[in-house]
Design a protein around this ligand. Structure first.
Ligand code: GLU
Length: 478
């Protein structure tokens, strides 16, 4: 049975790269009828952010990746939060101490600093050869200590990674890392091994930053007599050729993109393809299709560059597919944010906007026309709006036809088009000229999501008439 895990640290933020790691682990598990596990790696309590676990769980839910085991959901291999597993790590640390694969280290911060000043590039195994009696005495005295991994001084280690192939590391390039810190908490270097084994993880899918330290973890698996998992390391998502997409860019978080009005599945679909090739040339894939087509050999060895424009395009495909109700529900928070309390038919606004929005934050720009001119106040109308280069219109024409435009607005909706055509004929104007002037007079904005008819429907006839009369007044006063 395939078992994969997503093992984030609770930093209060789910990076899009982390979400993609989770996604590949999820897809691989589901493709193989296996289980996807969520494990919280909170052993660095100084970095802990309140509510961070909820953020991760809610992000996974929104992204449609239901985990089978983990915090809250539970499971047979818990607890799934590392800070609740302290005793377990200490038990295995003791085994490693007994077998000589780990040792106590009492070196002070000062000594370590001095050691580095003197040119050491890694810990010098100073405490390795301490006698049992001395160790016991110092522990009894209450001296703080850590437990370090005892890496062989000579030789090398090779393992196979499913993406990068065979990876060989010389032991001389590895340090005797701390396994248990002085506060009794394990480090990542230790906990990942213990947990992956005890939780029955068969495939370890994680960032490439762990590629070269994996031989250290393999030594621990070997020392404890455990089978190593299959390793799948992933290249990072890049902002450009040389920089990783980072939190500092301000918008590398899953929640940031949701706030911008990307749909969760569009994000998931896009990041799935950033580092993995489905080999069927398809770009728009549902979660079921992603699961169906996922395979390890489609994972890329090179990193990929995040392209928000492309993600916008993909998002627009999903937006177009939404039902009117779904679109309206998703658009509402953006109306509340950008154009609250307008005296308009918001439901109809949604109809006008659905074909014109790629991501929901586009609603801001697309609805600017609602604030273009304050028809209720005593403000002079901006006549320059009537001038259109293509149509060669001007305010003088507007003045000539404004009365008839008002009459056309008062008539039944079905007759309006004909009325406007008649205005054009009577004044020797082109239909386009009349329509331009009409729409400008109704909205005070050059760009609107629809023409005169749509605007009347959006505002309601009384408001439309009020606006036209206001413009008429301005034109006559001028
Ligand atoms: N907590 C680690 C991280 O956030 C997880 C790495 C792993 O998946 O093993 O980088």
């Amino acid at each position: 049975m395939v078992r994969t895990r997503f093992a984030p640290s609770p930093t209060g933020y789910l990076h899009i790269g982390g979400l993609r790691t989770a996604l590949y682990a999820y897809l691989f598990a589901k493709k193989n009828g296996g289980k996807f596990i969520l494990r919280i790696e909170d052993t660095d309590q100084t970095r802990e952010v309140k509510g961070a676990v909820d953020i991760i769980i809610s992000a996974l839910n929104k992204a449609g990746m239901t985990y089978d085991e983990g915090p809250i959901a539970g499971g047979d291999y818990g607890p799934y939060v590392q800070s609740q597993r302290k005793e377990i790590y200490l038990e295995y640390a003791q085994k490693l101490l007994d077998s000589g694969d780990a040792y106590y280290c009492f070196c002070t911060k000062d000594r370590l600093e001095q050691m580095h000043k003197d040119g050491a590039t890694k810990y010098d195994k100073h405490c390795l050869r301490m006698s049992k009696a001395e160790i016991e005495e110092r522990i009894a005295r209450g001296e703080p200590y850590v437990i370090r991994q005892n890496i062989p001084e000579h030789g090398s280690s090779t393992y196979h990674d499913e993406v990068f192939g065979d990876v060989t590391v010389d032991y001389k390039d590895l340090e005797d890392n701390i396994l248990i810190k002085s506060d009794g908490m394990p480090t990542y270097n230790f906990a990942n091994v213990i947990d992956d084994h005890l939780m029955g993880i068969t495939h370890c899918i994680r960032g490439v930053e762990y590629l070269m330290s994996t031989p250290k973890y393999n030594l621990l698996y070997d020392a404890l007599g455990w089978e190593r998992p299959v390793y799948i390391h992933l290249q990072p998502i890049m902002r450009d050729a040389t920089h990783k997409l980072s939190k500092r860019d301000g918008d590398a978080g899953f929640e940031d993109f949701l706030a911008k009005g990307f749909l969760p599945h569009a994000i998931v679909n896009y990041i799935a393809l950033l580092g993995w090739n489905p080999k069927n040339n398809r770009e728009k894939l549902s979660m079921d299709e992603l699961i169906e087509s996922f395979s390890i050999d489609g994972l890329q060895k090179s990193s990929s560059i995040f392209d928000e424009t492309k993600m916008r395009w993909l998002n627009s495909l999903y937006v177009k597919e939404m039902t009117a109700d779904e679109f309206h529900a998703a658009a509402k928070p953006f109306y509340d944010k950008y154009r609250p309390n307008k005296n308009i038919d918001y439901r109809y606004l949604s109809e006008l906007l659905q074909p014109r929005v790629e991501v929901f934050s586009d609603i801001n720009e697309r609805t600017e026309f609602l604030d273009a001119f304050d028809f209720s106040a005593d403000t002079p109308f901006d006549f320059s709006l009537f001038a259109n280069k293509k149509w060669k219109t001007d305010a003088g024409m507007a003045r000539d036809i404004i009365d008839e435009c008002i009459a056309a607005t008062e008539c039944d909706d079905v007759d309006r088009a004909e009325k406007l055509e008649k205005i054009a004929e009577a004044h020797s104007l082109k239909k386009g000229q009349v329509l331009w002037i009409y729409r400008i007079a109704l909205t005070g904005a050059a760009a609107t999501p629809g023409g005169g008819d749509e605007m009347i429907k959006l505002f309601g006839k009384p408001e439309a008439l009020k606006r036209l009369r206001h413009v008429k007044q301005c034109l006559y006063d001028n």
